[in-house]
Write a protein that binds this ligand. Structure first.
Ligand SMILES: [Zn+2]
Length: 287
């Protein structure tokens, strides 16, 4: 690796981390408006200081416009807008001696080996099928786990990733678990109301998807906090759906901040009943 590339790889990694921190902050503010954002703000400021001012200004300009400012190039495509990139640009992004823009959506591009991340393999809807509405667009009764066996974040995420793999929504549970745990390390997604929203971004392929689990006994999702998490939603987010995902989180938050709804979910005993209840509960907030 030459020196130019080493520097650029460091910058790209800093921008990716900065983007994750900014999205984590927005997610926390959306899902739990009263939460304390001071630590995230501190980490965001520290990360900004690592990036050259010119690059940072460019990144912030793009981030204001579309939230996702830097996206992986996979199999010659920009995952932000799905455009096939010119071959010469593909080589340049691969070589990473500078930061390049997608000619279509203007986002910054970085190279990611398609084999390194899980894929969403859910087949597209058949022409003969009626269009799905509400949460049925993202999940199904096969992805409901009314009695989680896991006792911490890792085991629960592993359990839900296994269900997504089993139902043929994703191709590789291990890669999904790894990505979701990396995200938890940035900022725990567990909220004070007993819900947690672990997720992995950049799982390209199908649409946004989620699996949901109920822990009959509260678990310590964030090892620094006491055991209080009972409802866990693991989401698989393609890069292009990143903005939509926040609307989905906001919808779930409106539903799950109602204690009556949480109590009803904790009482179900089969995946079918759990799904039926969740569909009914979310019909208004997640149309
Ligand atoms: Zn693009």
């Amino acid at each position: 690796m030459n020196e130019k590339k080493t520097d650029m790889t460091a910058t790209i990694n800093q921008l990716i981390q900065l983007q994750e921190l900014l999205i984590a902050k927005e997610q926390r503010a959306t899902a739990s408006p009263q939460s304390n954002l001071a630590l995230l703000d501190k980490n965001i400021e520290a990360m900004k200081k690592c990036v050259a001012p010119k690059v940072l200004a460019e990144f912030e300009r793009l981030q204001k416009k579309s939230q996702i400012a830097i996206v992986p190039m996979e199999q010659g495509r920009c995952t932000g807008c799905n455009m096939t990139l010119p071959v010469s640009l593909v080589h340049q992004v691969h070589a990473a001696e500078a930061i390049y823009h997608c000619p279509s959506c203007a986002r910054l591009l970085f190279f990611r080996d398609a084999a390194s991340s899980a894929k969403n393999i859910r087949p597209p809807r058949k022409r003969t099928e009626a269009p799905k509405t509400g949460i049925a667009k993202f999940s199904s009764d096969a992805l409901m786990v009314p009695d989680l066996q896991g006792t911490d974040a890792e085991s629960v995420i592993r359990e839900l990733a296994g269900v997504l793999k089993e139902a043929k929504y994703i191709d590789d549970a291990d890669k999904l678990v790894k990505a979701a745990l990396e995200r938890e390390a940035i900022d725990s997604t567990a909220l004070e109301n007993g819900c947690a929203f672990p997720h992995a971004r950049g799982i390209e392929g199908g649409a946004l998807s989620f699996a949901m689990g109920i822990a009959k006994k509260p678990i310590a999702f964030d090892s620094r906090q006491k055991a209080s998490t009972q409802i866990v939603i693991l989401m698989v987010i393609p890069t292009a759906a990143s903005a939509f995902y926040l609307r989905l989180i906001a919808g779930f938050n409106r539903v799950l901040m109602v204690e009556k709804n949480r109590t009803a979910l904790l009482g179900v005993d089969t995946p079918e009943k759990m799904w039926k209840l969740l569909v009914k509960m979310t019909a208004k907030d997640i149309p």
